[in-house]
Write a protein that binds this ligand. Structure first.
Ligand SMILES: CC(=O)SCCNC(=O)CCNC(=O)[C@H](O)C(C)(C)COP(=O)(O)OP(=O)(O)OC[C@H]1O[C@@H](n2cnc3c(N)ncnc32)[C@H](O)[C@@H]1OP(=O)(O)O
Ligand SMILES: CC(C)C(=O)C(=O)O
Length: 512
């Protein structure tokens, strides 16, 4: 017998982007959406068009350019939100409007300040309004898991009668536990008489670390769609992690009689891309995609794995596209081996991109004995995912120690001109950032700084993420180098280049 299909609704670009400190520009969103299509998600929730002009344009660009998945846009239940969502997604081959209103007493009383009857009426009106535009309308009763079950069922039934083709039950604040949520979904299935006319979906948050468990329990009790985000990012503690959900169903198909259409071999690459573009690093022990997920440290485990991999590995890393490497790349390697490795890691490059990445690879190989897969990913990110570089770091000099004031001198080209500036700081990184500020004269503040080692060992590559705030927008920059101060300078300049690219040089607020 064929197993039942579970639809994967990806909300990395909407709820995922609601993670504090994350702000993606249009190109970054398009890049992620393109990869999500390659991953094989069924629906991409591309954004919340009423939220800003930028989000509207991003949803529209994705709707215009990304083929395969349904493209959804979120809207409050108000007609103007729904109109704006439709304006953004209507160009998609398969557009969806996703509209929501809260049904829990706590949200209705304090947030919406509306009685139950009005919420019921608005839900019906909103869904009907959306149905004028499209026959793919999703309705979410927000905070469903804390709603009165009878009232919730009344709203869901009315929404389906009004034309909702998907009904999504959110555990908005991650309050539910698996047995309870499973029973909740079963009760909705039992009590809502027209439930078979719709796809029943769930959207779980991870406040108690139970989002994936709750989603699995929901599926076992009749949910057909799961809303997920790559790496589990999202509001507060995040959403159901796509990679965990998919691999749980895949690995435990002996227990769960369900399948998705996800190409699992694209999981690792998607996870890396989302982490890199959002600036949200992945904890080492994160299931499926964390650095340690397939690493074995202790002797008994290593012995077991050497004798038979499955003694301590429940899935093959190749299933998520993590290719184990036998060819050692170093300074004596040529283009063929390098290109093959890129392809094995899932990167498709044209000749120009290959040349750029190869030049960077050679210069890294001069400084490092062995180039690992992580190094190659870092090279691709730095060399291929590029935005125009208004500012380029030409040289830098740092003077630092425990008894002197840290001082940095930087030489940066601003278009054609080389500008040199020096500054003192609290530490060498602060000094470098201040010197860069003197060159660029752009009014930014550093919101977040993170340094991590991409690879281990003395000659490890340092990866820096810097988030800069400029006029209420956040710009994320990344830099890599074997020198951590240079990586910091590059990350800072990368964020500034994104800022200049988006804001436009003529509109920049300069420090006077
Ligand atoms: C559970 C979720 O994740 S829902 C999605 C959450 N995501 C976001 O909020 C990100 C995007 N949001 C935004 O950019 C802004 O909040 C906007 C543009 C939507 C609204 O901005 P503002 O008009 O300034 O309102 P603000 O955000 O301060 O307050 C929200 C308003 O929406 C109302 N509201 C909340 N949910 C809904 C809903 N589903 N349907 C209708 N109205 C709603 C609130 O009651 C409040 O109304 P009030 O102004 O009459 O008190
Ligand atoms: C809009 C809905 C689905 C949501 O994000 C939530 O309830 O968490």
């Amino acid at each position: 017998m064929v197993s039942k299909r579970v639809y994967i609704f990806d909300t990395t670009l909407r709820d995922g982007e609601q993670s504090p400190g994350v702000s993606l520009n249009i190109n970054e969103k398009l890049e992620i959406a393109t990869q999500l299509a390659r991953l094989g998600v069924d629906i991409i929730e591309a954004g919340f068009p009423i939220a800003s002009e930028g989000d509207f344009q991003a949803v529209r660009t994705i709707a215009e350019n990304v083929e395969g998945p349904t493209i959804a846009a979120l809207a409050r239940i108000d007609p103007q939100d729904i109109d704006r969502a439709w304006e953004a997604v209507k160009v998609a081959k398969k557009p969806r409007i996703h509209t929501f209103i809260a049904t829990s007493d706590i949200h209705m009383k304090y947030k919406l300040q509306l009685p139950r009857e009005t919420v019921l009426e608005l839900a019906v009106k909103g869904v009907k309004h959306a149905r004028q535009y499209t026959d793919d309308v999703e309705f979410s009763p927000e905070d469903a898991s804390r709603s009165d079950l009878d009232f919730l069922c009344q709203v869901v039934e009315a929404a389906i009668d009004a034309g909702a083709t998907t009904v999504n039950i959110p555990d908005t604040v991650g309050y539910a536990t698996p047995e309870e949520f499973g029973q909740f979904i079963a009760a909705i299935r039992r009590k809502v008489s027209n439930i078979d006319r719709t796809i029943l979906s769930v959207h779980c948050h991870n406040d108690l670390g139970l989002a994936v468990a709750n989603s699995l329990a929901a599926i076992a009790n009749g949910a057909q769609q799961v809303e997920c985000a790559v790496n589990g990012i999202g509001e507060r503690a995040g959403n159901t992690a796509l990679e965990e959900m998919v691999m749980a169903l895949y690995t435990r198909k002996d227990f769960y009689d369900y399948h998705t259409e996800i190409n699992t071999k694209e999981i690792y690459r998607t996870s890396k891309q989302v982490s890199s573009l959002t600036g949200m690093s992945i904890q080492s022990n994160k299931a499926i995609v964390g650095r340690n997920a397939f690493a074995h440290e202790s002797g008994i485990h290593q012995d077991g794995v050497l004798k038979e991999r499955t003694t301590y590995e429940i899935m093959n890393p190749e299933m998520i596209g993590l290719v184990q490497n036998n060819i050692v790349l170093g300074k004596h390697s040529g283009r063929h081996a390098f290109r093959q490795r890129l392809e094995e890691l899932g990167f498709e490059v044209d000749k120009t991109e290959l040349d750029k990445a190869f030049t960077r690879f050679k210069s890294m190989a001069d400084r490092k004995k062995e180039i690992s897969d992580k190094d190659i990913e870092a090279i691709v990110e730095a060399e291929i995912r590029r935005i125009p570089e208004k500012f380029q770091l030409e040289h830098m000099h740092i003077s630092s120690g425990n008894r002197i004031v840290p001082t940095a001198t930087v030489g940066i080209t601003d278009g054609e001109t080389l500008i040199e500036e020096a500054a003192c700081g609290e530490g060498p990184v602060d000094a470098v950032f201040k010197a860069i500020d003197k060159v660029t004269n752009i009014k930014v503040s550093l919101m977040y700084y993170n340094l991590s080692a991409v690879t281990g060992g003395k000659d490890a590559i340092g990866e820096v993420t810097a988030k800069l705030k400029y006029a209420d927008q956040v710009y994320i920059g990344r830099g890599i180098s074997t020198d951590i101060i240079e990586a910091s300078a590059k990350a800072y300049i990368n964020a500034l280049n994104k800022l200049v690219f988006e804001v436009g040089e003529d509109d920049l607020q300069r420090i006077v």
